[in-house]
Ligand binder design. Structure first.
Ligand code: NDP
Length: 434
């Protein structure tokens, strides 16, 4: 505890995984030998660095940059970069730890990492974002490489930021190393479906869960929190499958639109104008209701997909959702449900898909982007989406079968934690004490 003092989110993430591992250690005590459990909790490398940059008025700002390279047992370190004022070591470590198991679950050859900065991109000009990204990469580049560590986006980091960082990497190293970052634009080595992948993948996973109860999205009322990359493409795929998304949010409030969210308008406001959910409600006038600072989980729905940030759905919210008859919850964001909330859903028999399984489609498609870069090839949208759908079916089935095998049928949390752990543990055992 002292070694990781004050890192609350990291403790929460580790505890959640450990709660599932009893059954597997009982069956395979060798997985607990050679300090394997201790090693899996200790990042292989943690880098913390200064990021100085100058704003448009000439004022100098100093932010803190992080890259936690957690595990390379299965492949090069892989995981996103987050730019948000709440970022500190504990957040990056929780995300990195989760990433190890998530990446293992995809079945692809990728290790786990996460990084970012406490930089707040909100309200910053394009030029400021570019200068920040260049300064950030000026330190980070020495730790990266297509065979070493391959970052992607996360909160506050999308295609624009990846572009600025790739430009700086290329400039410093004098290498056109397309596979060093994923989430690139199609214009220079990006993959079809990467932008949509986390949202689409989350919906594919929930579709598989619903199928186990002979249900689907058609006609269902869905609430999706957030209005960023994951939320937007979650909404898009749900609408394609006949579901009705009636609410979404940002950190200022939520909007309810009983007629169904107007996705074209939402995309225009969020992706082009970089506006707010309040602007969406204003543009629609009386059809939509904007609730500033409200709790989106008070909106009754059949399916809930928390897709904003960690610990955004607590025990109280879970009770309200259960009382309102929710049948499935899919975690699009990382660790959005508190341990209390997870327990309430599980006890109530709600289908509950944990983040490391549900949102793994993003990183899986990043791995497909790496494959395309390595072979200097690019695949069609349809072929890539089909790969994603089949990967998500595979993850669903692996979680479900593992849960069954270890005496917790229907419990996707146990299934995901154990299946991810076994794959990493097998590789670590083979590689010796390193
Ligand atoms: P974006 O930055 O595109 O969007 C984040 C959304 O969440 C925004 O609407 C934002 O609102 C809201 N949000 C962020 N922080 C908070 C907060 N503290 N309280 C309330 N709302 C908040 O990020 P992504 O969509 O990429 O990421 C969302 C989640 O999905 C994260 O947990 C991320 O780790 C996870 N994820 C993302 C993947 C990806 O491929 N992008 C892959 C796997 C997981 P506001 O604008 O007001 O800040």
């Amino acid at each position: 505890v002292r070694r990781n003092a004050g890192e609350d989110e990291f403790h929460q993430a580790v505890k959640e995984v450990f709660e599932s591992l009893g059954a597997v250690i009982a069956k395979r005590p060798d997985y607990a030998e050679d300090g394997l459990i201790e090693r899996i909790c200790e990042p292989e490398r943690q880098v913390i660095f200064r990021v100085p940059w100058t704003d448009d008025r000439g004022q100098v700002h100093i932010n803190r940059g992080f890259r936690v390279e957690f595990s390379s047992a299965l492949g090069p370190y892989k995981g996103g970069l987050r730019f948000h004022p709440s970022v500190y070591l504990g957040i990056i470590k929780f995300l990195g730890f989760e990433q190890v198991f998530k990446n293992a679950l995809t079945g692809m050859p990728i290790g786990g990492a996460k990084g970012g900065s406490d930089f707040d991109p909100k309200g910053r000009s394009d030029a400021e974002i570019m200068r920040f990204c260049q300064s950030f990469m000026t330190e980070l580049y020495r730790h990266l490489g297509e065979h070493t560590d391959v970052p992607a986006g996360d909160i506050g980091v999308g295609q624009r930021e990846i572009g600025y960082m790739f430009g700086q990497y290329k400039r410093i190293t004098n290498r056109y190393e397309a596979g060093v970052l994923t989430g690139k634009a199609l214009a220079y080595g990006g993959s079809q479906v990467r932008t949509e992948a986390t949202g689409y993948g989350s919906v594919f996973f929930v579709r598989e869960m619903l199928r186990t109860r002979s249900a689907d999205f058609d006609g269902k009322k869905v609430v999706v929190s957030g209005s960023g990359n994951v939320a937007i493409y979650t909404i898009e795929k749900i609408q394609e499958l006949g579901g009705k998304v009636i609410a979404c949010s940002d950190s200022d409030g939520y909007v309810v639109d009983e007629g169904g969210i107007d996705l074209a308008l939402l995309k225009d406001i969020k992706e082009r104008r970089r506006g707010r959910v309040a602007d969406y409600a204003e543009a629609l006038g009386s059809t939509a209701t904007y609730v500033p600072q409200g709790c989106i989980w008070d909106v009754p729905c059949d399916i809930a997909m928390p897709s904003a940030t960690q610990n955004e759905l607590n025990g109280r919210d879970a009770r309200v959702l259960v009382e309102n008859g929710v049948m499935a919850v899919g975690e699009g964001a990382n660790m959005p449900c508190t341990p209390d909330a997870m327990r309430i859903f599980t006890d109530a028999g709600v289908l509950f898909g944990p983040a490391k399984a549900v949102n793994a489609g993003g990183v899986a498609t990043s791995a497909l982007e790496m494959q395309q870069n390595a072979s200097r090839d690019s695949w069609t949208f349809e072929a890539t989406e089909e790969r994603l759908a089949s990967i998500m079916r595979g993850i669903h089935d692996r979680c479900s079968e593992t849960a069954e095998e270890y005496g917790a049928p229907g419990n996707y949390v146990v299934g995901a934690n154990i299946a991810g752990f076994i794959r990493v543990a097998e590789a670590m055992r083979a590689l010796g004490v390193i």
